[in-house]
Design a protein around this ligand. Structure first.
Ligand code: F6P
Length: 526
C-alpha cells in the first residue's frame, strides 16, 4: 500500500494542522453563528452534533479528501457486495446481511438462521417450547464471551423498558463466582441455557456450559438436553455437547463476534423484548446501512464520525475516547464499543502486512454520564492527555419517575459538560488550578429515545465508523489475531497450574507465579 503519511490528502491535513494550531473552538463558534446547523447531521431518531471539535469547514473538506483518496466509497461497496475483505481469514464481513430484510440474491444461510431464530423465540415466549417437564421457561441464562456476550447484554440493558419476557442472566467469566451466584437463584425445571459461541471452542464459555449442564443433570436427576440452545458456526461441536439439531441456530463464519448481535447471538435479547422489537432493532441498523452506503461522504454520519476520530487521534494526539451515555440503560455501551473499536482496529500491522504508519484504535473507556462526572471527568477537563469524548444523550426517558425532573437534570449535565470542555474558562485572577483551557473535542449524539429502532441505528453507526477508519488506516478490522497467543499459552499453563504437568519452558516470572499458585493449592488441601 502506498504510504499513508506521504499521500497528498494526509500532507494537506498536516499542513492545515500547523496552520490552525492556535485555533480555539471558542473563536470558531464566535465567528460562525451557523456552526451548529452546519456541523450536525440527523437520520431518523438519531442526531450527530460534531460542531464541538477543533475543526473548521476546511478541516472537514480535507478529511473528506482523505476518505476519497483511501477509496472509502469503493470499500463500502466491497463490504456490501460480500467480497472477502477479511483477507487473513478468507472471509467476507456479513453483518449487514444479518439485518437486511432479504430478497433475491440474499444470503440463504443467513435468512434460514434468522427464521430458525424467530421460530425458537416465538416458541419459547408462547410456551410451545418448554422444559423437560412441560413447564414454560421462566429464566434464560446466556453463556458467551466477548462479542458473543457484550452485544446481547448491552441490548437487553438498553431495552429494559421493552422487556416482557423471561428473567435474563448473563455468564461470561470463567471465574466460577459468577455462574455460582446465578445458578443459586434458579429453578432448573424452568431454566433455559443459551450457549453462544461462534467457534464453540472458547474455553471460558465451554467451561461454564459444562458447569450448567452438570447443575441441570444433578438437580433434575436426568440429562435435560432440551434446556440448551446453541448459537454457533460449529454445529458439530454443539452436537457433541449434546444439543439437538433443532436447538442449534447457525452463525455465519463471515460474521465476527463483535458484529454478531444481529444474529442468533441476539436471541436472548429477542426473548427479552419479543420478536417485533428485535426486528425493529434490525430495521434501525438496516436504515443506517442504507444511509452509509448511499449518502455522499460529506453528509454521511458514520464517515463523519470516523473522520473526526482520525483528526483527533492522528493530528491532535487524542489517544483515548470516552464514551459517555447519559442513560442508565446504556451502561454497557462503553464496554461494547470498547470491544468494537479496540478488537477491530487495535492493530499495528496493516492489511498489506506492513507496519502501520498512523492510526489504530483509541483507548476506549466510559461510564454513564453523571457517574463518570464524579470519577474521571477531572482528567478529561484538566488532564495533560487529550481525551476525545462522545456524549450519547436520549432526549426522552422511559422513566419519568414521580413526575420529577431527573431527566432534565441529566440533560443539563450532559450539555454542560460538552460546553465546559469546548469553552473552558480563564482563571480571571483566580489561582491557576481553577483555569480550564477548554478546546477539548467532543461529539454529541442525541437519540429521540432509546427504542429498538434508534438503538439499531446507533450500533450500526459505530460499526461503520470503525470500518471507515480501518479503510483509511489500512487495517483489516474483521480479524483478531492478537488474542491468540494468550489463549495458546493459557492452554499450555493450565496443566501446570492443575499440577498435571511439570513446569514448562517459562521465564522466571511465569515459573514463579505458577509455583506460588501450586503451593497455595497444596496448602489448601487437608
Ligand atoms: O477472544 C476473542 C474472541 O475471539 C472474540 O473475537 C469473540 O467475540 C470471543 O472471543 C468469543 O468467541 P466465540 O464466539 O467463538 O466463543
Amino acid at each position: 500500500m502506498a504510504s499513508l503519511k506521504s499521500s497528498p490528502a494526509w500532507k494537506a491535513l498536516e499542513a492545515h494542522r500547523e496552520k490552525t494550531a492556535g485555533l480555539h473552538m471558542r473563536d470558531l463558534f464566535a465567528g460562525d453563528e451557523d456552526r451548529f446547523e452546519a456541523m450536525s447531521v440527523g437520520l431518523g431518531g438519531l442526531f450527530l452534533d460534531y460542531s464541538k471539535n477543533r475543526a473548521s469547514a476546511e478541516t472537514y473538506a480535507l478529511l473528506v479528501d482523505l476518505a476519497r483518496e483511501a477509496d472509502v466509497e469503493g470499500w463500502r461497496g466491497r463490504l456490501a457486495a460480500g467480497e472477502e475483505i477479511n483477507a487473513t481469514e478468507g472471509r467476507p464481513a456479513l453483518h449487514m446481511a444479518l439485518r437486511d430484510p432479504g430478497g433475491p440474491g440474499d444470503n440463504v444461510e443467513i435468512i434460514a438462521a434468522r427464521k430458525a431464530m424467530e421460530r425458537i423465540c416465538r416458541d419459547i415466549r408462547d410456551a410451545n417450547m418448554t422444559g423437560a417437564t412441560g413447564k414454560p421457561f421462566e429464566a434464560v441464562v446466556h453463556i458467551g464471551a466477548g462479542g458473543s456476550h457484550l452485544g446481547p447484554a448491552m441490548v437487553v440493558g438498553a431495552l429494559e423498558a421493552y422487556r416482557d419476557g423471561p428473567d435474563i442472566h448473563f455468564v461470561c467469566n470463567v471465574d466460577g463466582a459468577q455462574i455460582a451466584q446465578i445458578l443459586d437463584g434458579l429453578v432448573p425445571e424452568t431454566t433455559l441455557f443459551i450457549i453462544a459461541s461462534k467457534s464453540f471452542t472458547t474455553e471460558e464459555t465451554l467451561t461454564n456450559a459444562r458447569t450448567a449442564r452438570s447443575w441441570m443433570t444433578e438437580s433434575l436427576g436426568y440429562d435435560a438436553a432440551t434446556h440448551f440452545i446453541a448459537v454457533t458456526a460449529n454445529a458439530g461441536a454443539a452436537k457433541d455437547f449434546g444439543i439437538g439439531e433443532d436447538s442449534v441456530i447457525a452463525l455465519s463464519e463471515g460474521v465476527a463476534g463483535r458484529f454478531s448481535v444481529w444474529s442468533g447471538v441476539g436471541l436472548v435479547a429477542a426473548l427479552a423484548v419479543g420478536w417485533e422489537n428485535f426486528a425493529a432493532l434490525l430495521s434501525g441498523a438496516h436504515d443506517m446501512d442504507r444511509h452509509f452506503l448511499g449518502a455522499p461522504l460529506d453528509s454521511n454520519m458514520p464517515v463523519i464520525l470516523g473522520l473526526i476520530g482520525i483528526w483527533n487521534i492522528d493530528f491532535l494526539g487524542a489517544e483515548a475516547l470516552a464514551v459517555l451515555p447519559y442513560d442508565e440503560g446504556l451502561a454497557l455501551l462503553p464496554n461494547y464499543l470498547r470491544q468494537l473499536e479496540m478488537e477491530s482496529n487495535g492493530k499495528s500491522i496493516g492489511r498489506d502486512g506492513t507496519v502501520l504508519e498512523a492510526g489504530g484504535a483509541p483507548i476506549v473507556f466510559g461510564e454513564p454520564g453523571t457517574v463518570g462526572q464524579h470519577a474521571f471527568y477531572q482528567a478529561i477537563h484538566q488532564g495533560r492527555r487529550l481525551i476525545a469524548s462522545d456524549f450519547i444523550v436520549p432526549l426522552r426517558t422511559h422513566h419519568p419517575i414521580g413526575g420529577g425532573d431527573h431527566h432534565q437534570r441529566l440533560l443539563a449535565n450532559a450539555f454542560a459538560q460538552s460546553e465546559a470542555l469546548m469553552k473552558g474558562r480563564d482563571n480571571g485572577g483566580q489561582p491557576p488550578h481553577k483555569a480550564f483551557a477548554g478546546n477539548r473535542p467532543s461529539n454529541t449524539i442525541l437519540m429521540d429515545r432509546v427504542d429498538p429502532f434508534t438503538l439499531g441505528q446507533l450500533i450500526a453507526l459505530y460499526e461503520h465508523k470503525v470500518f471507515v477508519q480501518a479503510v483509511i488506516w489500512g487495517i483489516n478490522p474483521f480479524d483478531q489475531w492478537g488474542v491468540e497467543l494468550g489463549k495458546e499459552l493459557a492452554a499450555a499453563i493450565l496443566p501446570e497450574v492443575l499440577g498435571r504437568a511439570a513446569s514448562g519452558d517459562h521465564d522466571s516470572s511465569t515459573r514463579g507465579l505458577i509455583a506460588r499458585a501450586r503451593k497455595a493449592e497444596q496448602e489448601k488441601q487437608p
